[in-house]
Ligand binder design. Sequence first.
Ligand code: BES
Ligand code: MN
Ligand code: ZN
Length: 489
Amino acid sequence: MPEIVFAKPALPKSGGLALLLAADEPLAGLAAGVEEATGGALGRGLAAARFKAKKGETVTILAPGAGLARVVAVGLGKRDALTPLVLEEAGGHALGALLGDEKGAIAADGLAPNLAAHVALGASLRAYRFDRYRTTEKDEDKPRLATLCVLGEAVKTRNAFAPLKAIADGVTLTRDLVSEPPNVLNPAEMAERCRKLIDLGVKVEILGPRELRKLGFGALLGVAQGSANEPRVVVMQWQGAGGAKSRAPLAFIGKGVTFDTGGISIKPAAGMEDMKWDMAGAGAVVGLMAALAGRRAKVDAVGIVGLVENMPSGTAQRPGDVVKSYSGQTVEVLNTDAEGRLVLADLLWYCQEKFNPAFMVDLATLTGAIIVSLGHEHAGLFSNNEELAARLREAGEATGESLWRMPLGEAYDKQIKSDIADMKNIGGRAGGAITAAQFLQRFVNGKPWAHLDIAGTAWADKGKPTTPKGATAFGVRLLDHLVATHHES
Ligand code: BES
Ligand code: MN
Ligand code: ZN
């Protein structure tokens, strides 16, 4: 990861320089300086490339003169349509084009500092790389960029970037957790990594198998019982609201299946390795808590993650087993691969009972069916509360982590009636993401709640401007934005 620094606008004498150019505007500021210093090479290059400064359009001009290794023009589109998200994406494009030189700079001299800070955020999000397990990569194959200098109103931009840096750090933490292989990141290891949030001022409590049995987390323990790696539940509390009167906290709950084989209802071999990221919901909750604490958010929030491994074995639960959930409701487990809802059921009931939260939002890579419904462009949003649902959708638009509202209703709920228990853990093939959400709703006890099915958005086979391919950390920026916009005094 390059170090990001801030400095006054001055033409760099070497390395790469990215210019952020709005459509239909003449070159100004540093861009005009480059044009002059290169004897018009910039303008000629852009004309030859037919550069229109459309949003996301990127042209690199190599060795244009004035000592620069490259100049990168990044289009912003129309200036009056600029948003923080557009600037994050521009920062991402710029970073991607600057990786080849040791020193890089982005000219943000035409931008207000609070917007320039989002350029830096986009660049740092794009710079993510998970290379912990590469030992033989040649230096020449690695990104070379060591320092990225954002040129503009240095002090104000650096100050505006401080809270955004905390968000980027939260995203990095989530991406690391989700990228780790499942032999390394088992429930105990993931719990240990949650414990590190103590350094940020988060209260962290880890419940092991003995405590979970005592509490009666029968649904979660049923999933865990096939694995030699014992389960953990981690409760993370950030108390940033201050003031004497303690307000109801916001609650975020994550599915943390560190590997999902399907259990006895075992999955096919092809693609099973993807199920290492079946803990992405929990990963997002951990990253969110780190972001909130890192930027000292003025809010009380609790994050709860259920960490289990779903394995087939002589001790694994069977299709047909009936388990007693923490709520007291019984569940007939007809498919051991519908395990995420069993984990979340106990967390949701525990959360509302113990914390009486203002609302609960859960994140889970819950169903393949949501991918059939929405592809990889939206996560599924299910909610019993109009205001919460609307705010989440807005936060999704603002951060580029888009949500699409899905229905809930009695007719779907009927589909999880069991012949011998209070419910079964699967509906039919039709509407599989909805019957899964319907199952969860039976454990929220009427509390305002939203469920985000992130099975299609937690991992990307293709990179985007601010998200290299791989773990996306979907949910961290979204929920941080929700908190910042509506819940900080
Ligand atoms: N973790 C999976 C869902 C999933 C599938 C996430 C593909 C990401 C990509 C979940 O535990 C699961 O196996 N769901 C089943 C439910 C079914 C048995 C009712 C599914 O979607 O097939
Ligand atoms: Mn499963
Ligand atoms: Zn799963």
